[in-house]
Design a protein around this ligand. Structure first.
Ligand code: 6PG
Length: 244
């Protein structure tokens, strides 16, 4: 596990945009695509802004990038709640990525039908692990104050799924339906980056990174424990309880 702490959310976003460009150019050199699942919520905005700005000043091989989402709210893309809608406004509308490389979750569709469609798309497009599990090159994740990540909420039955790659979730407070990647596909990703900012999450970040027993069963902790390669990108506030 790798932890990087930056003075501000802007500095975090800029550093992650540079890392994204480096990882993509390594893939391009091998004539490979980069299969990415973006996170939702508000934290990724600084990263998306920085990536759009970087793309203005230095070449990025967008034709080699395939964007998916780690989760989506079951709302239309133009809804203010839409994770795709936010990424489209801040990043996708500003870069020359081929539209066929953008694989949004259709929040406006019937959830169970969309769960199946998205799962079949992932199975069709992604390279597989030796066990035959579709393998994302890079999954970006956020952290909720209750320890959720993507739309995997604490104590959810979805955390026990072993074969499904995609599930229909329900926000425990709002009841809003979500479509989310599940642990079996998230934990098989070649690289996972948690993006976390703000003081409110600092204690939870510390407990998860330091593996405190009272957070071990939280979804973000389960990912942190069982994934292949995890890095935490934190701003100073979110990392303020860490002893590094
Ligand atoms: C979502 C996200 C969710 C998010 C966390 C953090 O669809 O809401 O996938 O997991 O990353 O809730 O959200 P903020 O970045 O807004 O704090």
């Amino acid at each position: 596990m790798n932890v990087k702490i930056f003075d501000t959310p802007d500095a975090l976003g800029r550093a992650l945009a540079v890392e994204f460009q480096e990882v993509l150019s390594q893939k391009k050199e091998k004539n490979q695509s980069l299969f990415v699942a973006l996170s939702g919520g508000s934290t990724p905005k600084k990263f998306f802004e920085a990536l759009a700005q970087l793309a203005q000043i230095s070449p990025i091989s967008w034709d080699a990038v395939h964007f998916f989402w780690g989760d989506e709210r079951c709302v239309p893309p133009e809804d203010v709640e839409s994770n795709f809608g936010m990424a489209k406004k801040i990043l996708l509308d500003k870069i020359p990525i081929p539209s066929e490389n953008i694989h949004r979750i259709r929040g406006e569709a019937e959830p169970e039908k969309e769960r199946l469609r998205y799962q079949e798309l992932i199975e069709k497009l992604l390279p597989k692990t030796l066990e035959g599990v579709p393998r994302f090159d890079w999954i970006f994740l956020g952290l909720g104050e209750d320890g959720h990540t993507a739309s995997l909420f604490p104590n959810s039955e979805i955390l026990r799924l072993k074969n499904s790659l995609v599930a229909v979730a329900k926000h425990p407070v709002s009841g809003q339906k979500r479509i989310t990647l599940t642990l079996p596909v998230i934990t098989k990703a070649a690289k996972i980056t948690f993006l976390v900012t703000g003081k409110k999450k600092a204690r939870l970040v510390q407990k998860i990174i330091e593996r405190h027993p009272d957070t071990n069963s939280l979804p973000a902790a389960l990912v942190n424990e069982s994934a292949h390669s995890v890095e935490w990108y934190l701003d100073r506030d979110a990392g303020s309880y860490l002893k590094i």
